[in-house]
Design a protein around this ligand. Structure first.
Ligand SMILES: [Cu+2]
Length: 264
């Protein structure tokens, strides 16, 4: 599986100020909401700063030696209650819409079960004869020179998905709390032992999209890198064939585990 150079990869950059470029429907929506809320925040901050400056200028001790004794003003009190409520409603409506949009895939094309372990990720394709493999971060010393920018990000076996398809993620943990976090795809969900949490993404372009476990989960928490490798449908079909052969040695072990569990 080729690891693309840092230039095409969705990775964090030094001195990055904004969010990573969006590459899924959910992340595009998240960035629009982020920009929308940012403008509301700028307007409120400017308004409050303007009021403060006006009060400092107009009502200081020199210009206003005898302060007003006003303690109530019904009109102003109604305004400063209703206007913030309206602003919160304006923010809440698109927020809730987005929360439910990213919560579940409405028409998933494929399902990947993701299990977090101390300290690696396990990817399982239940519709592909239970294709199952583990994904470990490549240690810094083993990175090729062109992979320098992928320090703490590149993995040995990426999660491979077809471009443009709705990928349903079923997320759980085999031990402690972890978090499945891929910024450019708008994915961030807890992996909780004993619980199955659903989310989804669709990748818009072929390439590599990097993330990390985002919940302190023990001494090698920093080694739980995530790499999503998005390819065309044809390449995906080819990869499935190769991967089934390559990772087939893990299948008998799994079957043995299931038999062991059943015999107890
Ligand atoms: Cu973790």
């Amino acid at each position: 599986m080729g690891l693309s150079a840092a230039a095409q990869a969705q990775v964090p950059h030094p001195w990055q100020m904004g969010l990573q470029a969006p590459h899924s429907s959910v992340q595009s929506e998240m960035q629009s909401l982020n920009t929308f809320v940012l403008w509301i925040i700028i307007a409120i901050a400017a308004f409050v700063a303007g009021l403060l400056l006006y009060v400092i200028f107009r009502f200081n001790h020199k210009r206003n030696p005898v302060p007003s004794r006003t303690s109530h003003n019904t009109v102003i009190e109604i305004l400063w209650t209703t206007v913030p409520v309206l602003i919160l409603i304006v923010i809440a409506i698109p927020s809730f819409r987005l929360v439910y949009y990213q919560d579940r895939a409405t028409h998933p094309d494929l399902t990947v079960k993701v299990t977090a372990h101390q300290w690696y990720w396990e990817y399982n394709y239940p519709d592909q004869d239970g294709l199952d493999f583990q994904s470990y971060m490549i240690p810094e010393k083993q990175l090729k020179p062109e992979q320098r920018a992928l320090r703490q990000l590149a993995v040995d076996n990426p999660l491979v998905v077809p471009v443009g398809k709705s990928v349903r993620i079923l997320l759980t943990s085999g031990d402690v709390l972890h978090s499945f976090f891929i910024p450019s795809l708008g994915v961030q969900r807890y992996a909780i032992p004993g619980r199955m949490i659903e989310t989804w993404f669709d990748v818009d372009k072929p390439g590599d999209y990097y993330g990390e476990c985002n919940q302190i989960c023990g001494i090698n928490h920093d080694g739980m890198s995530i790499q999503v490798h998005a390819v065309s449908q044809a390449d995906y079909a080819q990869w499935l064939k190769d991967a089934k052969a390559r990772f087939s040695e893990t299948l008998p072990r799994r079957t043995a585990r299931v038999q062991l569990a059943a015999s107890r």
